[in-house]
Each structure stands twice: as structure tokens, then as C-alpha cells.
Design a protein around this ligand. Structure first.
Ligand SMILES: Cc1ncc(COP(=O)(O)O)c(C=O)c1O
Length: 423
């Protein structure tokens, strides 16, 4: 527990010296391997369409996740579309999606004509609540998308048990957690298909990009056709199946192959730093703590560290005022996404959107929907620390913790400042 009392003038929020003076770790990390490969690719003239780096990456990534198949794609939204269609989702089916995720998870289902049913999240993990998932199942439900969100995995034992009981398909959204493992099974290799984003902010990145993993040959073939203008794998002619151009380039695959070589060590370092942060916060006391790690998670890849702010221990300081005080100390703790049902894209009556063309009588009323645990996490309790900071040195992490200790010791001053600002 911090002993010194921090007054208003000490807080960086009110003009005091910020606690964190070391620079934040840089992201993305770049090595010599991809620079060399990139030059070779540029000179080779083979830039797209199932080139050698794409084929090598898909083999390496499938091995890393522990699946039979991997298909590289343009981003982590079209991967969800293809994965959903490949497991059998058709227009008019319902797809169950957690109320807290990036909007693309819901959009992907909506864009293929499915009706999105949003359900609440688990208080500790901020991932889909299995009980809420089961309660939302109807005769029209075809699939669920458990999103391994931020720094916690979904309870995949419960999700798989419910899905199998009700004969539903499971498409894991692993945009945040390349390399997480549940009982030593790779996230994205547990359900019927896995979907990954390699967008700039992700722990494995090529600027933009994505992949689908699966074990079933039919799922693989359908997803492959959907990405590759209807071509079947290993058949060098247009097929009779439907498909788009959702291809990934050789340049992207060069970045991914090199990033994949670094990923296990980065994940190990993040796990070590998270252990240290969690233990230090617990010893410190105060309103902020790290989410508890489920012992069934055998490796946790972190898009962010998931933390919880407890208003009952904050002496009247709100989560937002607390985060503002930390940010002023240059400790970059942030909030969550907005609930999916508040995203304007779900209710946008624009000619280019699928919204005006769906059957309103069959779609959940997103405008009035309020999911209590989602609301609570988004507005009162959810706090995140990005994976880039989890690659910091021990000195850097100690400065972040010192910022938390300082704000904890200055809660009275933070509250007074918020009250003064409001007046
Ligand atoms: C949980 C989740 N799913 C899907 C996506 C979509 O990925 P992309 O931006 O590559 O289309 C994202 C992107 O941030 C995401 O966070």
C-alpha cells in the first residue's frame, strides 16, 4: 500500500511531474529477415496469388495453431465472413455474438445476411458469457462467435459443450490472441474454424491481413473458394463455386513469417510482465487489479492486459477520472470498445449497408438493447493496457506501476479535481 499522500499539485493531471519518463516500446517490431525477404519479393515480381511466402506462411501458421489448414486473406473481417459461410451459415440464420467486441465481428455476420444476436459478457474475462449464449439459442441459431477478447480467453469448455448440445457451429474470433492456448489447444483450432486479423495493432501483423484455420476439409475448401474467386485448392482453373478476391499479398506474408518467428518469445515476455503487474497490483491494493487467469489457459497471448477498476475502492473517483490521472502520468491505460449495439453501423439506414434490406421484425432491437455486464465493463470497470507496453523493460513496467501507486495515493486529489472541473 502506498504510504505518501499525494496532493493535487503532485498529480501530473494538475501540473505535477509525470511519473513515466521512459519511452514506450515501439510497435511494430521489425527485423532484418523481413527486410531481406521483402527485397527478394519485390525483385521477383511474384507479388500475389498463392506465392511461395503465402504457402509457407499458411503451413507455418497452421503448425503454430495446431490445425490441418490455414488460408491467408486480406483482413480479419472477410475471414469471419468466409469462416461463417464455410461452416454453413446462410441468410436468415442467427449468429450469436458477444455484446463487447470490435464491430467487425457483428458486421461480418450481417454482411452475409445472417441476423446478429448480441449477448452479455462474463464479468471477469469480458468474453462471451456461456449462460447468456445458451439462453439466446432459438431454432434459427446456426453459429456462435466466441471472441477471445483483449487478454482473456473465452471459457471454451462451456462454449463447446453448449454448441455441441444444440448442434451449432463455432467460429472463434482470434483477432486479439494469436497463439493463446486452452488446455494446450490453440485458440482458433478448438471450434469449427478460427479467424485472425493481422491489422497493424495486432500481436502478429502485416499492416492489414487475416487468416482462417480449420481441421475439416470441406470447411477448408469452401473458405478457400470464397477467398479465391471460386477456385478449389490445388486446382489451377476457375471452379463452379462462388468466391471473391480476398487475397493476401506476398509482401504481407513476408512480414507475417518473420513476425511469427518472434511471436513465441514476445508472448513469453508479455506473460512474464503480466504476472509481475498482477502480483504488484495485488500487493499494492487500491481500485485496480488484473483479470484473474483461468488455469485452463495454458498460454495467454495478450492484445491487451485486461484489468478491472473497482469503484467501491476508489473513494468516489470514477473509472474515467482514474484513467485520465494515469494517462497524465504517461501511463497509457485505456478503456474498452463501446458496446456493439451502440455502434451506428448496426442501425445505419444507408443504401450501401445491409441494414435497410433485413427483416426488422426478426432482428434484435439494438437501439434499446442494454446488456448489464457489457454496460458495466464499458462505462465503469473495464481498463486495458496494450500489448506493446507489455514488451517493456522491467524499469518501464516499474514506472507504470509507480504511476498507479501515485494515483492510488492521490485519490482524494483526483476526486477534488474532477469535482472542480464539473463545477
Ligand atoms: C475482435 C476483432 N474481430 C475482428 C476484427 C477485424 O479485423 P480487421 O480489422 O483485420 O478486418 C478486429 C479488428 O480489430 C477485432 O478486433
Amino acid at each position: 500500500m502506498a504510504t505518501t499522500v499525494i496532493t493535487k499539485n503532485d498529480l501530473a493531471l494538475c501540473g505535477g511531474q509525470p511519473t513515466v519518463t521512459l519511452p514506450a516500446p515501439k510497435w511494430p517490431v521489425v527485423g532484418e529477415q523481413e527486410v531481406k525477404w521483402m527485397e527478394d519479393v519485390v525483385r521477383s515480381g511474384k507479388w500475389s496469388w498463392l506465392g511461395p511466402h503465402e504457402q509457407a506462411f499458411c503451413e507455418e501458421y497452421a503448425r503454430f495453431i495446431g490445425t490441418k489448414y490455414c488460408i491467408g486473406m486480406a483482413n480479419g473481417t472477410v475471414t469471419l465472413q468466409c469462416a461463417l459461410q464455410a461452416v454453413g451459415v446462410e441468410p436468415g440464420h442467427e449468429v450469436i455474438v458477444p455484446g463487447l467486441t470490435w464491430v467487425a465481428t457483428a458486421q461480418a455476420a450481417m454482411d452475409i445476411g445472417a441476423d446478429v444476436v448480441l449477448v452479455d459478457i462474463d464479468r471477469e474475462t469480458m468474453c462471451i458469457d456461456p449462460k447468456a449464449f445458451e439462453a439466446a439459442i432459438t431454432p434459427r441459431t446456426k453459429a456462435v462467435i466466441p471472441v477471445h477478447l483483449y487478454g482473456c480467453m473465452c471459457d471454451m469448455d462451456a462454449v463447446m459443450e453448449i454448441a455441441r448440445k444444440h448442434n451449432l457451429k463455432v467460429v472463434e474470433d482470434v483477432a486479439h490472441q494469436q497463439g493463446s492456448r486452452w488446455r494446450d489447444q490453440g485458440a482458433g483450432g478448438i471450434g469449427d474454424a478460427g479467424s485472425y486479423s493481422f491489422q497493424q495493432s495486432k500481436v502478429l501483423t502485416s499492416g492489414e491481413g487475416g487468416a482462417v484455420t480449420c481441421n475439416d476439409e470441406k470447411v477448408y475448401e469452401t473458405a478457400f473458394c470464397l477467398k479465391q474467386v471460386g477456385w478449389m485448392p490445388n486446382v489451377k482453373e476457375p471452379g463452379r463455386r462462388y468466391g471473391h478476391n480476398y487475397r493476401i499479398t506476398e509482401m504481407q506474408c513476408v512480414l507475417l513469417r518473420a513476425g511469427l518467428q518472434r511471436l513465441p518469445e514476445q508472448t513469453r515476455l508479455r506473460e512474464e510482465n503480466v504476472r509481475y503487474i498482477s502480483d504488484s497490483l495485488q500487493a499494492m491494493g487500491g481500485p485496480l487489479r488484473a483479470a484473474r487467469r483461468d488455469p485452463r489457459v495454458t498460454r495467454q497471448a495478450y492484445y491487451t492486459l485486461t484489468l478491472h477498476f473497482d469503484p467501491a475502492q476508489a473513494q468516489g473517483v470514477t473509472r474515467d477520472s482514474y484513467m485520465a490521472a494515469l494517462q497524465a502520468e504517461k501511463a497509457p491505460f485505456g478503456g474498452t470498445y463501446a458496446p456493439v449495439y451502440r455502434n451506428p453501423l448496426l442501425n445505419l439506414y444507408d443504401r450501401t449497408s445491409p441494414v435497410p434490406f433485413r427483416d426488422a421484425s426478426r432482428v434484435q432491437d439494438y437501439a434499446t438493447l442494454r446488456l448489464p455486464e457489457t454496460e458495466r465493463a464499458v462505462t465503469e470497470t473495464g481498463v486495458l493496457l496494450s500489448h506493446t507496453h507489455l514488451l517493456g523493460s522491467r524499469e518501464y513496467i516499474d514506472q507504470l506501476l509507480a504511476a498507479v501507486a501515485k494515483v492510488n495515493a492521490g485519490l482524494d486529489a483526483v476526486r477534488a479535481n474532477a469535482v472542480a472541473k464539473k463545477a
